[in-house]
Design a protein around this ligand. Structure first.
Ligand SMILES: O=C(O)CCC(=O)C(=O)O
Length: 305
């Protein structure tokens, strides 16, 4: 057995010691929907079967195994360095299968109350080598060319995490101000330095003033999913010297999401060249950049039916 095989089996064994997942969608009760509306974030316990975790782990291995994926490095060259890869869906077959076939999209669809669903993007955050830095506090929406409310990100960790290693969220902040983003190339200098520098108010320094924010995080084990509105302020999750935190975020939206232009001073994330030539502010966000996930397109179904 190769080292990769045994690592995958070991991590699967850990997750299979949990009680079996029966019906993930039954976890979305009215109370959970209400919490999602108010706080902008919910933790769903034990909703992802270990088969989906295995698929995710295989996808991550393919990303790390000299795939064509571009590795973006935060805190590059420093002890806290960690890696992000984006749009894995387009190049990693396991991630494509996970997004089309697992209940992740259906869980988001229930929470955002949309039967039509499209993929905005997916993103790995890989903190593997110990002592990785905190992800700076931010909201996702200032970076994205969108407006509307029916959108959510499912954050899934392949590793068990304590509350201090989990991603943290400021409850209710999706209903408030949209701040400027942080500048990814200047995080080590100052994680509150602005991305655009105008049009949005600057990010507050949450880390220096934690007691004044309603910060939520959870102790999680593989199979748990955190679903958050992308306008919720979130960040955090450093790792200890021996810790690792390999997470993916899958971002899915529904009917009311439309195109919105962003200041021209900086590209939006991920890059979508040509989008601004085909859409104008307020147009429904429909483009080959954003594949339909539900209902499953007929041409995909016909591949196996
Ligand atoms: O996992 C992380 O550290 C960052 C995740 C994140 O920013 C997101 O899911 O939007």
């Amino acid at each position: 057995m190769s080292e990769t095989d045994s690592r995958i089996r070991a991590s699967n064994l850990k997750s299979s010691t949990k009680k079996p997942v029966i019906d993930p969608l039954s976890s979305i009760t009215n109370a959970v929907k209400e919490t999602f509306k108010n706080d902008g974030v919910v933790m769903l316990e034990n909703v992802l079967h270990s088969e989906w975790l295995l698929l995710l782990e295989l996808g991550l291995q393919r990303v790390l195994n000299n795939s064509s994926q571009e590795m973006h490095r935060f805190f590059e060259g420093e002890e806290g360095e960690f890696i992000e890869t984006i749009r894995n869906f387009e190049v990693i077959p396991e991630i494509k299968r996970l997004i089309y076939d697992s209940p992740i999209a259906d869980l988001i669809g229930e929470l955002i109350e949309s039967q039509n669903l499209w993929l905005y993007s997916d993103e790995f955050f890989i903190k593997e080598k110990g002592n990785s830095a905190r992800t700076p506090w931010h909201q996702d929406t200032p970076y994205w060319p969108i407006q509307g409310n029916q959108i959510a990100s499912a954050w899934i960790s392949l590793d068990s995490l304590g509350e201090d290693e989990c991603l943290e969220y400021v409850a209710g902040s999706h209903r408030g101000v949209i701040f400027d983003g942080f500048n990814p190339s200047k995080v080590s200098q100052d994680p509150t330095l602005p991305h655009y520098g105008r049009s949005f108010p600057p990010l507050p320094d949450i880390e220096s003033d934690r007691n004044n924010f309603d910060i939520r995080s959870w102790k999680i084990t593989p199979g748990d999913i955190i679903i958050a509105h992308p306008s919720v302020l979130h960040g955090g999750g450093p790792t200890s010297a021996l810790g690792k935190r390999r997470a993916i975020t899958i971002r899915i939206y529904g009917d009311d999401i439309c195109y919105a232009s962003r200041p021209e001073t900086k590209p939006t994330v991920p890059l979508t060249p040509g989008l601004s030539l085909s859409l104008k502010d307020g147009d429904p966000l429909r483009s080959p950049w954003y594949p339909r996930i539900r209902p499953l397109p007929a041409h995909l179904k016909s591949e196996w039916l």
